[in-house]
Design a protein around this ligand. Structure first.
Ligand code: 5AD
Ligand code: SF4
Length: 582
């Protein structure tokens, strides 16, 4: 029997207190494998590795070793300094092929790029073909129950693949990364013996070690949450080299503790990446010719770089008027307005967006900056979650319906023509028909351009412990349907107002539906479709050009739906020159 090292850390909410514990458990992942009279060369080789591994384990790490690393989250595992029970060679990928599959939000797409960057450095290769993979890693989401169910179902499919592979060649290793690994921890290893590794959102640097341990047939897990991990020095690998846009992670985690949300538990405390490393990444992307950067974070506008002492003199807490926090207001540091200003100066031809913000962090200076700076898109996501002040209080959102509506008016006054989007949850604990109708009326009042609407899914959060999930499933779904219908009607009206206008569109490529049409996005992030025809270049009317991905073009809008705009192209332009026409 081999001991399995499984370091679990729980983060306790309190002044920077984190409690770590070590779970040493015994388990033999391979004990359930079919035994054969004459083991294959691979099996013999694997047995050798396992024996070697166990002898090193016996003399290797001590309880103190794990406690040391668990209580020092700043220490990053280093290829040159492996733990005593694995060698540097075992940390290497030796050209094994990794297949990465991403579920959930854009943060997970970014996490996939980080995980891949770490593994690539270790000598792994990437494959897009599941059948030829040596390692399959699922980057998972826990936000709603359905997201987790999708992963359990996927594991059933992968089980057959793994069993087949055991008989043929080098064993297939399967890993669960991200939020689900963090939330369920060893429950996953117990329920699905075929899972070899678990890595929480702050443990991607540890992937080579976890995979090295897995090579010996052990299950391995690292679900330590960190107070400072931002992967600032891990440059994500751009997965689509022809892309016009990229996401740049600027902060991780969330301190808001909305009562329905699992994110603070799976992604840990809020921490921001140093401004200098963000600017370096944006500069690189600009040099590569990318035309759009979206700053990414769970609470992107709560950004607060406190990495240097001199940043911490500021006194302002930078909250929106009428909004409060569930935590002690944070002062000082380089804030979001400063970062946005700096990022937008890197390349005036590069569009800047950000997601996902919290309504509480929109001080006047950030609105002013968005209004003034040509290349910051006039598009704001303002997740309301509900239109009822009573429900908002139960959700612990820190604002009333009135404060939210006032903020909407203030934003529209400060940034004329701004495009607005929101998230809503239907059927939260205790939501009455009257509360629901208030959400319907908020949708009508604001007339969002885009919306993300969900039925409430109970997670193990504050609401789980203190409130009752008392809205029947069919009522949740009926209310959700109603919200979707109203949102679509209002978005259609809002988009109709743009018929006849000229819009600046960043071309992405051909439309999926028609090879004769091009597709791009306007400043408000709405999809715009237009025929792929020759056009003039605004700076050189002598030549006719065909728009390419990454070009800016002016499009006259002729028709709209709730999701897309259609029009005809006027000319190719630049972001700077377009301001005279839009
Ligand atoms: N159930 C349904 N939707 C949820 N969201 C977060 N937690 C839940 C939950 N338990 C939604 C919120 C959030 C978006 C990312 O997901 O609307 O803004
Ligand atoms: Fe979840 Fe609220 Fe944090 Fe958004 S702000 S991630 S909804 S806890």
């Amino acid at each position: 029997m081999h001991p399995l090292q499984c370091v679990l850390q729980a983060q306790r909410w309190g002044p920077l207190a984190s409690v770590s514990w070590l779970l040493l458990r015994t388990c033999r992942a391979l004990s359930s494998l079919p035994s054969t009279a004459c083991p294959s060369p691979e099996k013999q080789q694997e047995d050798g590795v396992r024996k070697d591994f166990s002898s090193r384990l016996a003399t290797g790490p001590t309880f103190q070793h794990f406690l040391r690393s668990a209580s020092a989250p700043q220490e990053k595992p280093d290829m040159e300094d492996p733990p005593p029970y694995v060698t540097v060679e075992e940390l290497l990928g030796r050209q094994r092929k990794v297949y990465l599959e991403t579920y959930g939000c854009q943060m997970n797409v970014n996490d996939t790029e980080i995980a891949w960057s770490v593994l690539q450095k270790s000598g792994y290769l990437r494959t897009r073909n599941l059948q030829e993979a040596d390692v399959i890693l699922l980057v998972t989401c826990s936000i709603r129950e359905k997201a987790e169910q999708t992963i359990w179902n996927r594991l059933q499919q992968l089980k057959a693949l793994k069993t087949k592979r055991l008989r043929s060649r080098v064993p297939l290793r399967i890993g669960i990364l991200g939020c689900m690994a963090e939330r369920l921890k060893e429950e996953i290893l117990n329920r699905e013996k075929m899972v070899d590794i678990l890595a929480g959102p702050d443990a991607y640097r540890d992937l080579p070690r976890l995979l090295a341990v897995a090579e010996s047939g052990q299950q391995a897990a690292n679900v330590l949450l960190s107070l400072d991990e931002t992967y600032a020095d891990v440059m994500p690998v751009q997965t689509s080299p022809s892309a016009t846009s990229a996401f740049v992670s600027i902060m991780r985690g969330c301190d808001n503790m909305c009562s329905y949300c699992i994110v603070p538990f799976t992604r840990g405390r809020e921490r921001s990446r140093p401004v200098a490393s963000i600017l370096e990444e944006v500069r690189k992307l600009s040099e590569q010719g990318l035309k759009e950067v979206t700053l990414l974070g769970q609470n992107v506008n709560s950004f607060q770089d406190r990495s240097e002492v001199q940043f911490n003199n500021a006194v302002s807490t930078n909250l929106s008027r009428g909004f409060s926090t569930n935590y002690k207001p944070k002062k000082g540091g380089l804030r979001f307005t400063y970062l946005l200003d700096q990022v937008s100066r890197v390349d005036p031809e590069m569009r800047i967006r950000f997601t996902s913000p919290h309504p509480k962090d929109f001080p006047d200076e950030v609105l002013q900056l968005i209004h003034e700076r040509d290349n910051i898109c006039k598009q704001i996501h303002l997740p309301a979650q509900s239109g009822s002040s009573r429900v908002l209080e139960a959700m612990r959102r820190g604002y009333s319906r009135e404060a939210y509506v006032e903020l909407i008016h203030h934003i529209r006054e400060s940034i004329p023509g701004v495009s607005l989007s929101s998230d809503f949850i239907a059927g939260f604990c205790g939501e009455t028909e009257e509360d629901h109708l208030q959400t319907v009326s908020l949708l009508r009042e604001v007339q969002y351009n885009m919306g993300f609407l969900f039925a409430y899914s109970m997670r193990q959060t504050r609401a789980y412990h203190r409130l009752k999930d008392d809205v029947p499933e069919e009522v949740k779904l009926r209310r959700l349907e109603e919200l979707i219908t109203v949102f679509r009607e209002e978005a259609t009206k809002a988009n109709m107002a743009s018929v006849g206008s000229t819009q600046l569109v960043l071309v992405e490529g051909h439309s999926k539906r028609s090879a004769t049409d091009l597709c791009g996005r306007n400043d408000g992030n709405l999809k715009v479709i237009f025929p792929d025809v020759e056009m003039e270049d605004i700076n050189n009317s002598d030549v006719k050009v065909r728009a390419q991905p990454g070009d800016y073009v002016l499009v006259k809008i002729t028709s709209t739906s709730s999701q897309t705009l259609k029009g005809h192209v006027l000319c190719r332009t630049t972001l700077k020159d377009s301001s005279a026409y839009c």
